[in-house]
Design a protein. Structure first.
Length: 278
């Protein structure tokens, strides 16, 4: 299959999937999410693939969901329409990455914001470059109950998650390493090479054993309530789309709301074009 918004590479047993809308800071359009899901299902079914790396072309991993598209196509969604859209493309697609039967690695540089934060943190491992930063400002900017998949406390601890979500700030690469949210931080120029090296090493292990290890590790978190908590948050998040705060942001323009936020420097860098979307 030919993709328009992602690029696929194969290096021995490592499948690379690149988010490839770098002129839009890899903002996740509907097409990109559909293509990513499709590419992952192909990689799952292909016995020649033992490890999947998800990376972003350009200077940023992903600035989040495509807000321009959201404003144009989904601003006036009914409850039912938004539920259908977000439960498939945001929640189910994310959980398919989480449940992917082979090890996955996110390689992250620059912005890893909101929708980008969700996808990177669905991966088993995260390799970040020194320029990477992590943020989910939509509580501040859009009046939304974080993003659809509240993976945050599971990967960064509840204290740090509350700070980031309440105050709308960012966590830089060094801090992400310190709190255990990423596995390693490498110079930007070495990000792809060092991620490849890690992926190649993982690909040497017998795949079925790795698959079972991943199932058991994920079940450890399930036994602590991860899946139930994520499902409950999705419902809560939907409620926030009907809130006064969200509707005000929507009426003023979703993308502009990111820019107007007083607390997050992301707003300026991501500009009016693209950014995190609830
Ligand atoms: Zn939403």
């Amino acid at each position: 299959m030919n993709y328009a918004t992602i690029e696929i590479e194969q290096h021995d047993a490592v499948r690379r999937i690149w988010l490839a809308r770098d002129s839009a800071r890899n903002a996740q359009s509907q097409q990109m999410l559909d293509e990513l899901d499709h590419a992952l299902s192909e990689a799952a079914a292909d016995d020649g693939v033992r490890v999947v790396v998800i990376g972003g072309r350009g200077q940023h991993f992903s600035a989040g969901h495509d807000l321009k598209e959201a404003q144009a196509k989904r601003a006036n969604f009914t409850v039912e329409e938004r539920w259908a859209y977000e439960s498939l493309r945001y929640f189910d697609y994310c959980m398919r990455i989480w449940d992917f039967p082979k090890p996955t690695i996110a390689q992250v540089q620059g912005a890893c914001v909101s929708g980008g934060f969700m996808i990177a943190n669905m991966c088993d491992l995260v390799v970040a470059s020194e320029s990477a930063y992590f943020s989910d400002p939509v509580g501040q900017t859009l009046g939304a109950a974080a993003t659809e998949v509240l993976i945050h406390p599971w990967v960064m601890g509840v204290r740090k998650a509350k700070e980031m979500l309440f105050a709308g700030g960012r966590v830089d690469a060094a801090e992400a390493l310190r709190i255990g949210m990423v596995n390693r931080v490498v110079p930007d120029a070495e990000l792809t090479a060092q991620t490849d090296e890690l992926a190649a090493r993982i690909a040497q292990a017998p795949p079925f054993g790795l698959r079972l290890i991943k199932r058991s590790l994920n079940r450890t978190l399930d036994s602590q309530g991860l899946r139930a908590a994520l499902s409950a948050h999705f419902d809560t998040h939907q409620l926030s789309h009907l809130s006064e705060g969200f509707l005000r942001a929507r009426d003023a323009g979703l993308a502009k709301a990111i820019v107007r936020s007083p607390s997050n420097e992301v707003r300026n860098e991501e500009s009016l074009n693209h950014g995190a979307q609830a």
